[in-house]
Design a protein around this ligand. Sequence first.
Ligand code: ATP
Ligand code: MG
Ligand code: MG
Ligand code: MG
Length: 439
Amino acid sequence: MRLSRYFMPILKENPKEAEIVSHRLMLRTGMIRQQSQGIYSWLPLGKRVLDKVNKIIREEQNRSGAIELLMPTLQSADLWQESGRYDDYGKEMLRIKDRQDRPMLYGPTNEEMITDIFRSYVKSYKDLPLNLYHIQLKFRDEIRPRFGTMRSREFLMKDAYSFDLTREDAIHSYNKMFVAYLRTFDRLGLRAIPMRADTGPIGGNHSHEFIILADTGESEVFCHKSFVDFDIPSVDTDFDDVAGLQSIFDKWTSVYAATSEMHDEAAFGTIAEGDRLSARGIEVGHIFYFGTKYSEPMGAKVQGPDGKEHVVHMGSYGIGPTRLVPAIIEASHDENGIIWPASVAPFDAVVINMKAGDAACDAACEKIYAALTKAGKDTLYDDTDDRAGTKFATADLIGVPAQVIAGPRSVANGEIELKDRKTGARETMTIEAAINKLV
Ligand code: ATP
Ligand code: MG
Ligand code: MG
Ligand code: MG
């Protein structure tokens, strides 16, 4: 992408309305724009990051055996009356009427709709286990939307729903998501801690929130320090290995970790003082096992091996991609801007032409830009006629991991400078060496 032809509206001033660093940086870099309270457009730079986050989420959901579909944002109230949640959900639900005066709603979650899909098609235990997910916008009319897309009213959620014959099978499905989540957050460059959690309006009795420790987090959390050393399940994890997954779950839940709603001061007190961590955290994912809470009232049943009908056991599993993007920034930035983990960086590299219009600089940059692009690297080429200082500041601000800096003096020797955004380390090398290193 040539910056001269791109749409990346960088703000010169720090936006006053932003209270936390991620919100400030997302506005300054032109990643998002608020359209009305708690409702955002994702501008091109932000959209690139969001897409990369979604791709990782998708890969790990698929690896665990979950299957993607797409449900609509607008739902008919009927299904919610069947489950009994239409009246319970309260003011967070945006209720709408269509031209025939039929009550509709903008979905805050999809348990009812997926249960309806399930009951319409699946009739036998032989078709289980089944886990269906989508990545779709949700709407919750939050009392206090704030911190940009961290707590917005319209937001993206990956929500998965599992169906099993028995409670035991459902716990295996739960463990699959537990492991998929550990892998997902790790690939996003985050250390998320699974914590015993309250189930809220989703209901159920077995639940974990995945929390990222951050001073700006809205949750109060308590845990043992040892989580930082726990191993992330490998890419070769066998998701059909019931005992294997259970042992990963057991390991990760073997030490104390709870959100304030589930906090047990006495149990926490038994941990050695130096190992206790009482902190703030951001909820980036939440998984629930809720048994027959929806399948019972909505009649989602299958025929079992005994020939009888059984109400299926369900779980649901959410991740917030539009919250994850600011959460990653909260965890990874410095005074100059964002430092993207390579896995979600909007561009892999930025080529900075310090003197656009200078024939030698242009030729060197074009050569590098073409080679990186050809190799499939997402490359931003700063070919504008801004001052070099402005270009450096922009490159640091948007946090692209590798910066290729081409100035007249180095280019005259067939060389460029390679700068690592994270460490700040600079290295002078030939154009060929730089290409080889980056592809
Ligand atoms: P919170 O406690 O922050 O209000 P929640 O517990 O209501 O979140 P869940 O119903 O568990 O949210 O939804 C699953 C995931 O969706 C959350 O873990 C979070 O990542 C994301 N999410 C929920 N509400 C919002 C929101 N208002 N803005 C952005 N992401 C959200
Ligand atoms: Mg909420
Ligand atoms: Mg919550
Ligand atoms: Mg939650």
